[in-house]
Design a protein around this ligand. Structure first.
Ligand code: NAI
Length: 308
């Protein structure tokens, strides 16, 4: 199984590293526009092999799309990341041009691939990729909900003082500080609703911390995060390549689900070898429905900037 990752920066290289050492794919190609950069990252990652014991073939190329031929999955992380104080939305103009040309180049050599979009503003970049390529909607998946959900579980585990892996929780909606919706009502610790253990005030704080989870890290690091984003992409790629049919919140094209159409936004999906195999249309309560509609409006407004 072959995965190409376009953009060998912080998120792309971390993703390649996780895919390699977990043996998720047999071949990983890193591609970057910066001369020699992807080659260097691939070499550095490959030099871990003997000390960490894995066998994935990791190579790097500078803008040579022929080397990406016949990829089963292509991850697009190319673009610029957020700087402190910058919103994901401000990235739109620069990243739209990059994402569109990358998607076109990729499809010349891997016409049957599934594309995972990571570049921000992710929901809008996913929508742009879908419209620009004309690919069926099951083959274009935006990664954001997997990361936001892992941050939600992190903050829940801190509040509960229990292991994060015993917590199940999901974030849906747009992948933005004000548009994501941590589904607190449905979060559970070992199957028991977290509201049995935490006050409403504590739950509200967890949700608020989750929503600014990315911005908190951008403030601390001076650029946006990469370990959890890279691992979240690898988790999604694993479910595709190994047909795991995991339910993961992903930004996908909606045609009536959740009362929305002509938009890519985060909803629970079953992810397998065909990409998005099912959109799970769960019953939201009235408050959640209102938040989802508001989130969709914000994403739709941003999509409108693509045309201007
Ligand atoms: P980075 O700056 O470390 O890496 C981006 C790489 O893309 C650079 O190496 C750059 O040379 C390359 N690049 C730029 N234009 C290119 C082109 N036309 N073709 C090939 N490569 C090109 O940035 P980082 O931190 O890896 O973030 C990448 C993107 O992912 C950003 O847009 C960021 O906002 C987004 N992101 C999305 C997340 C999500 O949950 N969806 C989470 C974290 C970051």
């Amino acid at each position: 199984m072959k995965v190409t990752i376009v953009g060998a920066g912080n998120v792309g290289a971390t993703c390649a590293d996780v895919i390699a050492y977990r043996g998720i794919a047999s071949e990983v190609v890193l591609l970057d526009i910066k001369e020699g950069f992807a080659e260097g990252k691939a070499m550095d990652i490959s030099q871990c092999k003997t000390n960490t014991g894995w066998n994935t073939n990791v190579t790097g190329v500078t803008n040579d799309y022929a080397k990406t031929a016949d990829s089963d999955v292509v991850v697009i992380t190319s673009g610029i990341p957020r700087k402190p104080g910058m919103t994901r939305e401000e990235l739109i103009g620069i990243n739209a041009g990059i994402v569109k040309s990358v998607a076109e180049n990729i499809l010349k050599y891997s016409p049957n691939t599934i594309i995972v979009v990571v570049s921000n503003p992710m929901d809008t970049m996913t929508y742009l990729t879908l419209k620009a390529t004309g690919l069926p909607k099951n083959r274009i998946i935006g990664m954001g909900g997997a990361l936001d959900s892992s941050r939600f579980k992190y903050y829940l585990s801190k509040a509960l003082d229990k292991p994060a892996n015993d917590v199940s929780a999901m974030v849906i909606g747009g992948h933005g500080d004000t548009t994501m919706i941590p589904l607190t009502r449905l979060a559970a610790y070992n199957g028991i609703p977290v509201s049995e253990f935490l006050s409403q005030e504590a739950l509200d704080k967890v949700a608020a911390d989750t929503m600014v989870g990315g911005a908190t890290l951008t403030g601390l690091l001076g650029t946006s995060a990469w370990y959890a984003p890279g691992a979240s992409v690898a988790y999604l790629v694993d479910s595709i390549l190994n047909d795991q049919k995991k339910m993961i919140a992903c930004s996908v094209f909606l045609e009536g689900e959740y009362g929305q159409s002509d938009i890519c936004i985060g909803v629970p999906c079953i992810i397998g070898k065909n990409g998005v195999e099912q959109i799970v249309d769960i019953q939201l309560d009235e408050k959640e429905k209102g938040l989802f509609a508001k989130s969709a409006d914000a994403v739709r407004n941003m999509n409108a900037d693509l045309k201007s």
